[in-house]
Design a binder for this molecule. Structure first.
Ligand SMILES: Cc1cc2nc3c(=O)[nH]c(=O)nc-3n(C[C@H](O)[C@H](O)[C@H](O)COP(=O)(O)OP(=O)(O)OC[C@H]3O[C@@H](n4cnc5c(N)ncnc54)[C@H](O)[C@@H]3O)c2cc1C
Length: 452
């Protein structure tokens, strides 16, 4: 039970900040407690809009002294809504937007409130990029801390694999830099263990040279879903590292339910067009957006499909193969959706992700071939229960064909975080949590309780 806190208590903190505090009933509070997923409706005691490291330290110490739990908000995209909480403090990094690129060292340092679209814009000014998310409005923070898969990952690894160091405010309010040489245990945990271990104030990434890319999707009528997914399976499994394929069954505004295959190819253009051949020859194409585009255009191509304010419930499963049975289950579930916006998406993993040593980072699932996302989506709260039941039911039927593992960044509220890690890795993470946050101050996340 959280003790009562009055306005005067927070005035004391506000006096120590460069940023500001939003209390219940003040202007901006309701807007600031909303996250990407409208199914989340949390009412924190206060939202602290921090302006820098010293604000974060002051707020962490304030919260500790008063026994107040703390939620950390980066981009606010996590489907579980763990960036906000009821009756605790939210430390909101949205105003911390600095990105500094060092083109000669091919490194960039970005603050914890930066979104991928903002990061890409700055790094692309130098013709450089780091593997990041496939939707530009996602935060760099949560995505990197959980692993971070994107179009460049088969070429250069996950976002966390390209992390060189991270500045962190710990649960004590101390400032530390975690890297291969400094606090290496913390650095290991930050690369896949989620937001459990401290507040990352800035991330230092490796950059890669990236310019234009052949990218886009080819969409077909839903009636072709089985044939299209089987062809997707063939091309995805044969692809070189510089080519990544996604497949989805989803509704597109004005076009109804479609099956779509997305390709992004960072290799020679001619090879990319040839690789599209087996997909295009299926015929009856409803929409074909594939073109040679600037990197930032590619990074935004799915944004319109992921607007803020819809109601989401996700389940995910890693697959080592995309069997005929799995394809059949996905197609029949999409024939009988509950919300008109429900969708399933399959991302191809492998490439550089699988060549990084198994224990190099806290991220677990380096050898899997596909990541399946089952997205229950609606806009009407009255449909919440139905879309949740739909996603859970499909997930239950897919489980026997999956590895049993999950991607921590796709877990919904109430999901078991242990499914994202082996027992050994979970134990190691719990040990590191005990070292850096023994009181579990940072508990509004896919929580790894400190080892006893
Ligand atoms: C539309 C959409 C597209 C997505 N696409 C991809 C994708 O292509 N690839 C992929 O891998 N994932 C993807 N995801 C999943 C995404 O990685 C997670 O939702 C991720 O948590 C989002 O990060 P955020 O900073 O926006 O989230 P937030 O909700 O702000 O935070 C997520 C978690 O991280 C913690 N956290 C946030 N900031 C910090 C910080 N500075 N220090 C410590 N902890 C912090 C929070 O406590 C919270 O528990 C997508 C999600 C959405 C909604």
């Amino acid at each position: 039970m959280t003790p009562a806190f009055g306005e005067s208590t927070f005035k004391e903190l506000e006096g120590a900040l460069r940023g500001r505090i939003l209390l219940r009933g003040t202007e901006g509070y309701d807007q600031s407690r909303q996250v990407w997923n409208a199914m989340i409706d949390k009412r924190p005691l206060a939202i602290v809009k921090v302006a820098g490291v010293s604000d974060i330290q002051a707020t962490v110490r304030f919260a500790r002294e008063r026994g107040l739990p703390v939620a950390i908000r980066g981009g606010g995209h996590n489907v579980a809504g763990s960036a906000v909480c009821d009756d605790g403090l939210v430390i909101d990094l949205a105003a911390m937007k600095s990105v500094r690129v060092d083109p000669s060292a091919r490194r960039a340092r970005a603050e914890g409130g930066v979104l991928w679209g903002e990061y890409d814009r700055e790094t692309q000014a130098f013709g450089l990029a780091s593997p990041g998310g496939a939707v530009s409005t996602t935060g760099i923070a949560g995505l990197t801390l959980g692993g971070g898969f994107g179009y460049l990952s088969r070429s250069y690894g996950l976002a966390c694999d390209n992390l060189i160091s991270a500045d962190v405010v710990t649960a004590e309010g101390d400032f530390v830099t975690a890297s291969g040489d400094q606090h290496p245990d913390l650095f290991w945990a930050l690369r896949g263990g989620g937001g459990n271990f401290g507040i990352v104030t800035s991330f230092e990434y490796q950059l890669q040279p990236v310019g234009h890319v052949l990218s886009g999707f080819v969409a077909f009528p839903f009636t072709m879903a089985e044939a299209v997914l089987k062809r997707f399976r063939e091309v995805a499994l044969e692809a070189p590292d510089h080519r990544v394929w996604f497949a989805a069954i989803l509704p597109l505004p004005g076009a109804g339910k479609l099956v779509a295959v997305l390709m992004s190819d960072f290799g020679p253009e001619e090879e990319g067009w040839q690789a599209l051949g087996p997909i295009r020859e299926l015929g009856s194409i409803v929409l074909d957006t594939v073109a040679r585009v600037p990197y930032c255009v590619m990074q935004r191509q799915l944004d319109a499909n992921s607007p803020k304010g819809q109601r989401h419930y996700w389940k995910s499963a890693y697959l080592n193969e995309l069997s005929d049975e799995t394809i059949g289950l996905l197609v029949s579930a999409m024939e009988n959706t509950e919300g008109v916006l429900d969708q399933v998406m399959i991302e191809t993993q492998g490439g550089a992700i699988s060549r990084i040593a198994k224990d190099a980072t806290a991220f677990e699932h380096r050898q899997v071939r596909f990541n399946l996302g089952i997205f229950g989506v609606c806009t009407n709260p009255g449909l919440d229960e139905a879309v949740i039941a739909w996603a859970r039911s499909l997930h239950g039927r897919i489980l026997p064909y999956s590895t049993g593992g999950t991607y921590v960044n796709y877990l919904s509220m109430g999901d078991d975080v242990h499914t994202a890690y082996s027992d050994a890795r979970f134990g190691r993470l719990a040990g590191i949590k005990a070292r850096y946050d023994p009181g579990n101050l940072f508990r509004f996340n896919h929580n790894i309780a400190p080892a006893q």
